[in-house]
Design a protein around this ligand. Structure first.
Ligand SMILES: Cc1ncc(COP(=O)(O)O)c(C=O)c1O
Length: 412
């Protein structure tokens, strides 16, 4: 590992991002397990890309078979691609029936922003203060508006960040203030772009009916609701889409990460008139998007989710995992535990009960050494993120809880 890591840093640069203080060199994955170059096994509770399990045989067979038959760029008609697009669109709320495919969440979010500007004639975007939606110059303007990374950055006149809901502060009030501010500046609201379950924000709970209120306000202001489903979509929440979990119907939904189970694939779904306006104004195309291999991977993901009953399983196992964490009772450093289906966020606190990003980072590193891979989220980086593959069973969750209990005990 030492030598490969040195070469990695030489060729990609010292600052190229890697997880963990002691980075991992993984060589194989199977189901919920990953294997490193030393033959050590890790329970994957980070996941989200190979969402139906590592090396899922149905995904492997579908992709291999299609690759061995035909793989071309996106500007030919192909039955597999059309079949997949129709099946995917049918999983969405009614008016969302027309698609644009891309390869990454970043690209798809930028397509959605462009659609919203073209449809509304407005230029302003509203997002959360702690959002992450991608790296490029347009969507990157929405990231971390109120967080640590924004300090010293020029304020973007077309973007407003809304504080996260916290029990006493309602999200909808922040959205109303942002709409007023964009209107007063004469910019107008093109849309609210947000993760429909506030995943990167650490899963702060939205009140019942609050997102429907947000949608009503945004529509009244002439804007569109854009649901970023890059983390929330494909059964993660126990529903197909996070917007169903959070109780609203978006005008545009953006999909990515789990969509191709590791084959780069993303998409934007909207009403036909929204997509037509975008197509005719931009003549957008993307060489690697909408190819037969992507569609074969995407179809296999939907097949596995449906055939293996994963919508119900993520609900059950997510609840089991969250309840198990709440019941550990090992340390008062573990604060509130929240879950949206099989996506769990647990606050890590310092001795005074304040968010402890540094402590949470130490826990994530200790978990990696104990054989469990988890991550971090939230505005202070203090929310432990547990997001296993959708195929995670209750027995896998019990194993995770046993290991994590020991990690928490030694971290306190
Ligand atoms: C909510 C959300 N949207 C968009 C993106 C960007 O996706 P990608 O890295 O595929 O460009 C991410 C990536 O982490 C994300 O979490």
């Amino acid at each position: 590992m030492g030598e490969t890591l040195d070469r990695h840093r030489r060729i990609f640069g010292e600052r190229a991002p890697l997880f963990y203080d002691e980075p991992l060199e993984l060589i194989r994955g199977e189901g919920v397990w990953l294997l490193d170059a030393h033959g050590r096994r890790y329970l994957d509770a980070y996941n989200n890309v190979p969402c139906v399990g590592h090396a899922n045989p149905r995904v492997v067979a579908a992709v291999s078979e299609q690759m061995a038959t035909l793989q071309v760029h996106s500007r030919y008609v192909h039955g597999v691609v059309v079949d997949y697009a129709e099946r995917l669109a049918a999983l969405h709320a009614d008016p969302l029936s027309s698609l644009v495919f891309a390869c990454s969440g970043t690209e798809a979010d930028e397509i959605a922003m462009s659609m919203a500007r073209l449809t509304t004639g407005n230029r302003g975007f509203i997002t959360t203060e702690a959002a992450y939606h991608g790296n490029n110059s347009d969507v990157g303007r929405l990231n971390d508006i109120g967080g640590r990374a924004s300090v010293g950055k020029p304020v973007d006149p077309e973007v407003r960040g809304v504080p996260l809901p916290d029990g006493s502060r309602r999200f909808v009030e922040g959205v109303a203030a942002a709409i007023r501010s964009l209107d007063e500046a004469g910019i107008g609201v093109a849309g609210v772009l947000m993760c429909s379950i506030l995943a990167n924000e650490g899963l702060p709970p939205l009140a019942d009916g609050e997102m429907a209120e947000v949608a009503e306000l945004v529509h009244a202001a002439g804007g569109l609701m854009i649901a970023d489903e890059v983390q929330a979509g494909f059964a993660r929440s126990g529903r197909w889409w996070g917007y169903e979990f959070s109780g609203f119907e978006p005008d545009i939904a953006v999909m990515g990460k789990p969509m191709g189970a590791g084959v780069p694939f993303s998409g934007v779904v909207a009403a036909p008139d929204v997509v037509d306006r975008f197509r005719s104004s931009t003549r957008y195309f993307n060489t690697f998007a909408a190819t037969p291999v992507q569609a074969a991977a995407g179809m296999a993901v939907i097949d596995v989710i449906e055939d293996e009953g994963l919508l119900a399983q993520t609900t059950q196992v997510g609840r089991h995992l969250a309840d198990g964490l709440r019941g550990l009772g090992i340390t008062d450093r573990l604060g509130e535990v929240r879950n949206v289906g099989l996506f769990v966020g647990a606050d890590w606190l310092d001795a005074d009960g304040a968010p402890d990003g540094q402590g949470a980072r130490a826990v994530v590193n200790a978990a990696r050494h104990a054989g469990v891979l988890i991550g971090l989220d939230g505005p202070h980086g203090h929310v432990l993120k547990l997001r296993p593959p959708l195929v995670f069973s209750a027995a896998d969750a019990d194993q995770l809880l046993e290991i994590i209990a020991a990690v928490f005990a030694s971290a306190t």
